[in-house]
Design a protein around this ligand. Structure first.
Ligand code: AMP
Ligand code: ZN
Length: 114
């Protein structure tokens, strides 16, 4: 989509600190990190949110989770633990409407979220 921020990152029109890339998934550091490790995992193809992506392409849903697990290992938080977040829709607090998983770690995270 031409007016989508994360599609622009996929195209390389907007720079990103990429930590993992496959032909179907890209992971890059969040520009406003909320934890010492804060990486976004997105599909190359545009989908409006993670559940929609998984419904449209179940293998892609699995690939997003696999990439998140690989990021956690690469970032050194797989043993200490981390949180995967898929903010979805207005009440979910989603602000960028291209599917993305947040990988958050490197400190103890509170629960429940706000
Ligand atoms: P959400 O609120 O779940 O839709 O998450 C969107 C995330 O995208 C936020 O955590 C933003 O900080 C992040 N973000 C926005 N613009 C950029 C960018 N250019 N590069 C990296 N992360 C971004
Ligand atoms: Zn997009």
């Amino acid at each position: 989509m031409s007016d989508c921020l994360f599609c622009a990152i996929v195209r390389g029109d907007i720079p990103a600190d990429v930590v993992l890339r496959t032909d179907r998934v890209i992971a890059f550091r969040d520009i406003t990190p909320q934890a010492p490790v804060h990486v976004l995992v997105i599909p190359v193809d545009h989908h409006p949110d993670v559940p929609s992506a998984a419904l449209a392409d179940p293998v892609l849903g699995a690939e997003l989770l696999q990439a998140a697990a690989q990021v956690a290992v690469a970032e050194g938080v797989s043993d200490s633990g981390y949180r995967l977040v898929a903010n979805t829709g207005s009440h979910g607090g989603q602000t960028v409407h291209h599917a993305h998983l947040h990988v958050l770690g490197g400190r103890g995270l509170t629960w429940p979220p706000g």
